[in-house]
Each structure stands twice: as structure tokens, then as C-alpha cells.
Design a protein around this ligand. Structure first.
Ligand SMILES: Cc1cc2nc3c(=O)[nH]c(=O)nc-3n(C[C@H](O)[C@H](O)[C@H](O)COP(=O)(O)OP(=O)(O)OC[C@H]3O[C@@H](n4cnc5c(N)ncnc54)[C@H](O)[C@@H]3O)c2cc1C
Length: 464
């Protein structure tokens, strides 16, 4: 993962030289966590909170935050935009409870950063779920109605005038505004969690990939060492698509980002000063936000998938084609960014499930090997909740988190290969055609619409 994100470059520059050792011995631990992104780090911190005497080792292939946790858009969102998916999977009562907890997790994230001195630039500027074509208008209606049935009003519906006033862009035709949402600088968060984990006694080994897992003896092997543990937590995000039992449950799909040079005066003139993050209602979603130093970070999901659904280097690299496309889309959706220099471009893999909500479960074997994956592009705040589910599961606790409805293993499967790979091209071509015609205000034929509807849900539910 040589191509570091803007965020990770900033975070590492601020840290100085804090290289942590690779694993070079045979260790024993109560719990071994594999993966040093938000899921692994929140799980480690939660175990330390629940059982301060427990010994925890964490092995990370790269450095903590080297994967999506240090590369994402930094939108800290609740699960309210996914409420319909949650209801479908879990029924109203449990879905409402978990989605409320996800909104609390955004606040909890901010409080944790403040208490632990993590300057992750947490800012509660809210999230604009906006329509950038007439076809997208009202995409949020189902979520708004479901929230109302829960007795909640997480969204305020904004007129075109209001959303244009807040964003300075005439492309926005209306929006549902979730005031509780926040943004973070993603890598500062990941590296800050790592720092706190180390301070709490978690043994963190970076550049130590798990190369073998003995599920019956609970042994995680790395090239130069091993951890024998009473329980193993697999927190390797999109890489979990390589586990045979999860192979058809998760697919890695690309998401790419660019960032402009700082243009604070331009943002000021345009009026986009409230710190609002913005997504439109496409399946190949555009997402954009401002940064503390006045940049615009602008991303889009869904351009690439690979045979076998596994992560390869192509997800991280700087693709000139993807970057040029992003630059064009940036200027279309944020016209006042015309002329701003694009200084950074990077990408990463999104771990998508069939319905767009994460799955948690246990793999077969004598020792508990638990996993959590499938945030489908919405993991920044939800990983905090994931840490609660996985910590309780790894510690063998019987509580509301280990017993929650998301912790029931695989719930939906993609078609087998090579159908999934080939089908992915056909479906994406249909999604592209549908969404670009909608952007131009043109009609979409029924066949295109039907094929596009086969795409898995992403960030949030979209109108089919
Ligand atoms: C470009 C992009 C934009 C995104 N934007 C947003 C957003 O704005 N808001 C939002 O909520 N979500 C967003 N997401 C999703 C979010 O980043 C993820 O849901 C979240 O980071 C998942 O965290 P994780 O810890 O589960 O996985 P990761 O962050 O993927 O961490 C997994 C770690 O496991 C390590 N690993 C892999 N294999 C091994 C092995 N064999 N041994 C040891 N370690 C291993 C990897 O190196 C990696 O560091 C985005 C994702 C991407 C890629």
C-alpha cells in the first residue's frame, strides 16, 4: 500500500518516527486481533475496558490505519440512512435499537477523542444526503418514514434553495440533512486509537501479516512469529473476502478520492463553511467534504471489482483514469472548485455485503474465531459499535452486543465465481448508464433499470 492517503501523510508527519516492532517471537495472549483498522483497534480498547487484566495482541500487515481506516472520506454517519435495510434484516424493534445506538456512537466517538486527546478534527457539521439529479429526489423518503415509525426525526428536509445556500452549488436539488453526523480526519483517528491502545497495554505489532491461522489451536502465524490465543478476532475488513466461509458474503469494490489544495477563501465566498459532508443518492455515490485547512476531498465509489472479490494492489494505487473522472465530476458537482489544483489522489477497497449492512459471526473451529465485516462504505462511526460486538463475542460474554441480531453470521450470498465477476461488469455498466442518463435528466429503459437493480446496496439504500 505504497500510495498513502493525504490523511495518513498528515498523520505520520505529525507523529514523527513511531515505528512499532514487527512480531518476532512466539507469544501467548488471551485474545489475538488481526487487523489494525478501526474495527481491530476499537475491539482491543473495548476488551481492555471490559477486562482490564486480559492480555491482547494485535497484528497488522501494514501500519495501523494503512488500509481503509486511514483512507476513507471521514464521514462519521449513523445507520439512519440504512434503516430500511436494518428493518428488513432484523425487524423493527431490534433495528430501531441498533440504529439509535449508531447515532449515539457518533457522539461517543467525539467524546472519546476529546477525553483521550486524539485530535482527529471531529466536527459535527451534519450530513447532506442530497439529490444531484431529479431522479434522486426523495431517495430518503423511506428512511424518513421508517425513522418516524421509530418516533425519531434524524433528518430535516431541505429545499433546493437551502441546500444550495449551504453548499454554494446549484447542482443540489434538495436534501435530507442529518445534523448529528460528523466528519473526522480518518488517519488521525486511526493513529490516535492505536496510541491509546498501546497506552492501555495492547501489544501492537505492525508490518506483521497473519500468514496462517490454526483455528483449532488458536494460533496466528506471521512471517517471523506467532500468537497463541484463547480467541481470535478477524478484523481485516475487505481482506476477509479471502476467507472461504465469507467468500460469497463480501465483495471488495473500489472507492477513490481526490483532494484539492487549500482554497479557504473560495469556500468562504461560496458559503460552504458549516463543515457539512455531502453525498448524492447514486449507487456509484459521489461524496465530498471540506477539511480544516480549506481543501475539498471528493470521492466516488464503485469503479472496480476483481475476480474472486479479493483485495489486490490495484485498489490503492493512483489510477490516472479514475482521477481524471473524479476531477471532472468535482467541477460538475462543485462548480466553484473549477481551477483548484488537485494535489492528492488515492483509493481503497470497500467491503460490501449483499444488503449493505455489516455481518458478525464465528467461524468453525475449536477456538472462538470471530469476525466483523461488510460496513459497505459506512464504517467510520459503526466500527465503534462493531468493537462492542466483537469484544463481547471474543470474551465469551452473553450480553446485548454478542446477542445482537447483526451477530448471526452470513445473511446473503453473491453468486459464485466467475458469474459474480462477469455479472459485476454487466451490472456496473447498467448502473453507469442509468445514473448518467438520470444526471442528464433523460429517461432510463426498463431493462437497464432492472439490471442496475441487481447491484448490492452501498453507503445507504438507493431508489431502484
Ligand atoms: C476510499 C474509501 C472511502 C470511504 N469513506 C467512508 C466514509 O466517508 N465514511 C464511512 O463511514 N466509511 C467510509 N469508508 C469505509 C470505512 O473506511 C471502513 O468501513 C472502515 O475503515 C473499516 O474498518 P476496518 O477496521 O473494519 O477495516 P480496515 O480499515 O480495512 O482495516 C483492516 C486492516 O487489516 C489489515 N490486514 C489485512 N490482511 C491482514 C493480514 N493477513 N494480517 C494482518 N492484517 C491484515 C489491513 O492492512 C488493514 O489495515 C470508506 C472506505 C474507503 C476505502
Amino acid at each position: 500500500m505504497a500510495n498513502r492517503s493525504l490523511w495518513l501523510q498528515e498523520a505520520l508527519a505529525a507523529e514523527g518516527d513511531v515505528a512499532s516492532p514487527g512480531l518476532s517471537e512466539a507469544l501467548r495472549a488471551d485474545v489475538c486481533i488481526v487487523g489494525g483498522g478501526y474495527t481491530g483497534l476499537w475491539t482491543a480498547l473495548r476488551i481492555a475496558e471490559l477486562e482490564p487484566g486480559a492480555s491482547v495482541a494485535l497484528v497488522e500487515a501494514d501500519i495501523c490505519g494503512g488500509g481503509p481506516s486511514g483512507r476513507n472520506g471521514g464521514f462519521a454517519l449513523s445507520w439512519w440512512p440504512k434503516i430500511e435495510t436494518f428493518v428488513k434484516r432484523l425487524g423493527e424493534e431490534e433495528a430501531f435499537g441498533l440504529v439509535r445506538a449508531s447515532a449515539d456512537a457518533v457522539a461517543e466517538l467525539g467524546v472519546f477523542c476529546e477525553q483521550e486527546g486524539i485530535d482527529a478534527r471531529f466536527r459535527r457539521g451534519g450530513w447532506l444526503w442530497t439529490a444531484t439529479s431529479p431522479a434522486q429526489l426523495g431517495s430518503w423518503d423511506g428512511a424518513v418514514e421508517a425513522a418516524a415509525r421509530a418516533g425519531e426525526q434524524p433528518f430535516e428536509i431541505l429545499s433546493a434553495e437551502e441546500v444550495q445556500r449551504r453548499t454554494g452549488s446549484p447542482v443540489h436539488l434538495g436534501a435530507a440533512f442529518e445534523a448529528g453526523a460528523a466528519t473526522v480526519q480518518p488517519a488521525l483517528l486511526a493513529r490516535g486509537l492505536r496510541r491509546v491502545a498501546v497506552a492501555r497495554g495492547i501489544r501492537v505489532f505492525e508490518r506483521s501479516p497473519m500468514v496462517e491461522l490454526d483455528r483449532d489451536r488458536g494460533i496466528v502465524r506471521t512471517p517471523s512469529g506467532s500468537v497463541e490465543a484463547g480467541a481470535v478476532v478477524l478484523a481485516t475488513g475487505a481482506w476477509l473476502a479471502g476467507v472461504p466461509e465469507l467468500h460469497r458474503a463480501v465483495v471488495a469494490v473500489s472507492s477513490d478520492l481526490v483532494a484539492t489544495a487549500p482554497i479557504p477563501e473560495t469556500l468562504e465566498e461560496a458559503g460552504w463553511t458549516g463543515g457539512e459532508s455531502i453525498s448524492n443518492c447514486r449507487l456509484m455515490v459521489h461524496y465530498y467534504r471540506t477539511t480544516k485547512d480549506g481543501r475539498i476531498a471528493f470521492g466516488q465509489g464503485g469503479h472496480r471489482h476483481v475476480l474472486g472479490g479479493r483485495v489486490d494492489d490495484g485498489f490503492f494505487g493512483f489510477s490516472p483514469a479514475a482521477t481524471q473522472k473524479l476531477e471532472r465530476d468535482l467541477v460538475r458537482l462543485v462548480p466553484f472548485a473549477q481551477g483548484a489544483e488537485v494535489t492528492h489522489a488515492w483509493g481503497g477497497p470497500i467491503d460490501r455485503t449483499v444488503d449493505g449492512a455489516p455481518i458478525f459471526g464465528r467461524l468453525p473451529g475449536a477456538v472462538p474465531v470471530v469476525y466483523g465485516v461488510g460496513y459497505s462504505g459506512n464504517g467510520v462511526a459503526p466500527c465503534l459499535t462493531a468493537g462492542k460486538i466483537l469484544a463481547s463475542s471474543a470474551l465469551g460474554r452473553d450480553d446485548e452486543w454478542s446477542g445482537c441480531g447483526l451477530n448471526r453470521g452470513v445473511v446473503g450470498r453473491f453468486p459464485p465465481e466467475p458469474i459474480r465477476y462477469v455479472g459485476g461488469f454487466v451490472v456496473r455498466a447498467a448502473v453507469r448508464r442509468k445514473e448518467s442518463r438520470e444526471d442528464e435528466g433523460r429517461t432510463v429503459d426498463a431493462v437497464t433499470r432492472r439490471v442496475a437493480a441487481l447491484a448490492p446496496q452501498g453507503f445507504f439504500r438507493v431508489k431502484r
